[in-house]
Design a protein around this ligand. Structure first.
Ligand code: HSE
Length: 435
C-alpha cells in the first residue's frame, strides 16, 4: 500500500527524536496505521548526530518542503512564531496537513491557522505543544468529551517545577538551579519564558480552549513568575501544610473564565503537590468523571516525539477523510465556540498567603490587622518569627477566601506603614479539592 510521506522542518532535539521514534517503531506504526509512514524530506540548516537520516532528502531551505508535491504531512519543529507561522500557513495553502510541537505558535496564531486549515480542508495536530509526551489534549478533547469541564490545573513547565523542587528539597538558590536546568536542556532558549510563566501561559491558553470550547486568547492570561519566591516562603508554607507550585489554572466560574499562571499554595497531600523535578502533571475536574490526573515527561527529545508521532499516526489514518468529519481542532465545532468572558485577575476569589517583614515594635500587628479588616480580609492563621539583625521580623499569615482586589487594596495601605519593610509577598491558595 502507498506510504504516507512526511516532511520534517527542524532537526533539533524534538526533530531528531521524531526521526528516531518513526524509524525504530516503523513496523509497529505500520500495524497501527495500515500502511507505512515514510520521512521523505527534511528541512534543516544542519544535520544532527543524534539521528541517522540515511538517504532522506535534506533541504537547507525549509520552505522547499512546502513546495514538495510528495509531502502529505509537514511537521513543524523549528519553534518561534515568525518563520514557523509563514511556513505552516504556506504549507496549509498547499494542501499539506500539519503537525507541530509549537505552543507559542498555536496559542498566539492558532485561531488564524485553524481557520486557514478549515478553508483548505487540512488538519493540524498539536498534541506535543502542551506537556510534551503527556497526551493531555486528546484526553481533554476526546476522552473527557462527555463532561462539562469545571477546571484544569497543571504543572506545565518542567524548568519551573525543577527549580521549585530543588529549592524545597535542598534549600538551593534560585539562580543556581536555573543554570542547571538550562544545562540539562529543559529551559526555553530565553529562560524568562520558563520562570516568568510565559511558556506555561501558552500551554494554558491551549488547554483552556479545549476544556471550555473558547477561542485561543493568550493575551488574556494573567501571568506571574516564580522569581520572587524565596526559601523563606517555601519553609513558611510547609509549616501551614502547603507546597508552592507554579500552576496554570483555567476555571469556569459560571460567571466567566479564569485564566491564570502564578505560584500557588496547594495542600501537601494532593497528588499534584508531589509532582517533582521536571515532570509535568495536569489535573482536570469534569462534572461526570470527577477529578482526574495526567502525569509524565513534559519535555525532552523522545517524550515530545511520542506526541508528535502520535499526531502523525492519527493524521495518516484520516488522510482520506474530510476535515469536517474529523475531531474539531479545539474539540468543539468551530462555529460553536463560546463567547464567555475571561475574567480579570482582580475578580479572582481565593485564600492567600501573605508574608511581610516588619519592625518588631508595639502596635505594628494591630495596624496591619486593622487595614486588612477594613477591606474585609479575614485571617485564618498566622505566625511571627526570626528577628533579624536590623530588628525586623517575618509575619506570615493565611487569609480566608477574599476577592483579589480587596486584598490588593489592603496590602497597598499596609506597604505605606513606616514599620513595614521590603516587599510584601502574597501567594494565592488553591485547595484542588474537587469541590
Ligand atoms: N521549557 C519547557 C519546560 C519545555 O521547561 O517545560 C517544554 O515545553
Amino acid at each position: 500500500m502507498k506510504s504516507v510521506k512526511v516532511g520534517i522542518a527542524g532537526l533539533g532535539t524534538v526533530g531528531s527524536g521524531t526521526v528516531n521514534v518513526l524509524q525504530r517503531n516503523a513496523a509497529e506504526i505500520t500495524r497501527r496505521v495500515g500502511r507505512p509512514i515514510e520521512i521523505t524530506h527534511i528541512g534543516a540548516r544542519r544535520l544532527n548526530p543524534a539521528c541517522d537520516i540515511g538517504d532522506i532528502k535534506v533541504s537547507e531551505d525549509i520552505f522547499a518542503l512546502v513546495d514538495d508535491p510528495e509531502v502529505d504531512i509537514l511537521v513543524e519543529l523549528i519553534g518561534g512564531t515568525t518563520t514557523a507561522r509563514d511556513l505552516v500557513l504556506a504549507a496549509i495553502r498547499n494542501g499539506k496537513h500539519i503537525v507541530t510541537a509549537n505552543k507559542a505558535l498555536i496559542a498566539e496564531y492558532g485561531n488564524e491557522i485553524f481557520q486557514t486549515a478549515q478553508e483548505h480542508n487540512v488538519d493540524v495536530g498539536f498534541e506535543a505543544s502542551v506537556a510534551g509526551g503527556v497526551p493531555i489534549l486528546k484526553a481533554l478533547g476526546e476522552g473527557l468529551a462527555a463532561n462539562r469541564i469545571k477546571w484544569v490545573a497543571g504543572i506545565i513547565n518542567g524548568t519551573g517545577n525543577f527549580i521549585l523542587t530543588e529549592m524545597q528539597e535542598k534549600g538551593r538558590d534560585f539562580a543556581e538551579v536555573l543554570a542547571e536546568a538550562q544545562a540539562l536542556g529543559y529551559a526555553e532558549a530565553d529562560p524568562t519564558f520558563d520562570v516568568e510563566g510565559i511558556d506555561a501561559a501558552h500551554k494554558l491558553t491551549i488547554l483552556a480552549s479545549i476544556a471550555f470550547g473558547i477561542p485561543l486568547q493568550f493575551s488574556k492570561v494573567y501571568t506571574e513568575g516564580i522569581t520572587r519566591i524565596t526559601t523563606e516562603d517555601i519553609s513558611a508554607v510547609d509549616y501551614f501544610g502547603y507546597r508552592i507550585k507554579h500552576l496554570g489554572i483555567a476555571k469556569d466560574t459560571g460567571n466567566g473564565i479564569e485564566l491564570r499562571v502564578h505560584p500557588t499554595l496547594i495542600p501537601k497531600e494532593v497528588l499534584l503537590a508531589n509532582v517533582n523535578g521536571v515532570m509535568n502533571a495536569v489535573m482536570v475536574e469534569g462534572d461526570a468523571v470527577g477529578p482526574t490526573l495526567y502525569y509524565g515527561a513534559g519535555a525532552g527529545s523522545e517524550p515530545t516525539a511520542s506526541a508528535v508521532v502520535a499526531d502523525i499516526i492519527e493524521l495518516s489514518r484520516a488522510l482520506t477523510v474530510d476535515q469536517v468529519e474529523r475531531a474539531p481542532f479545539l474539540g468543539f465545532q468551530a462555529e460553536q465556540l463560546s463567547t464567555d468572558e475571561v475574567l480579570s485577575i482582580e475578580d479572582v476569589m481565593c485564600p492567600y498567603y501573605v508574608r511581610l517583614h516588619v519592625q518588631d515594635k508595639t502596635g505594628v500587628l494591630a495596624d496591619i490587622t486593622r487595614l486588612l479588616s477594613a477591606e474585609g480580609v479575614s485571617i485564618e492563621a498566622m505566625f511571627q518569627r526570626d528577628t533579624d539583625e536590623e530588628g525586623y521580623v517575618s509575619i506570615v499569615l493565611m487569609t480566608h477566601r477574599i476577592r483579589e482586589s480587596a486584598l490588593q487594596n489592603a496590602l497597598e495601605k499596609i506597604a505605606e506603614l513606616e514599620a513595614v519593610g521590603n516587599e510584601i509577598m502574597r501567594i494565592r491558595v488553591e485547595a484542588l479539592d474537587a469541590s
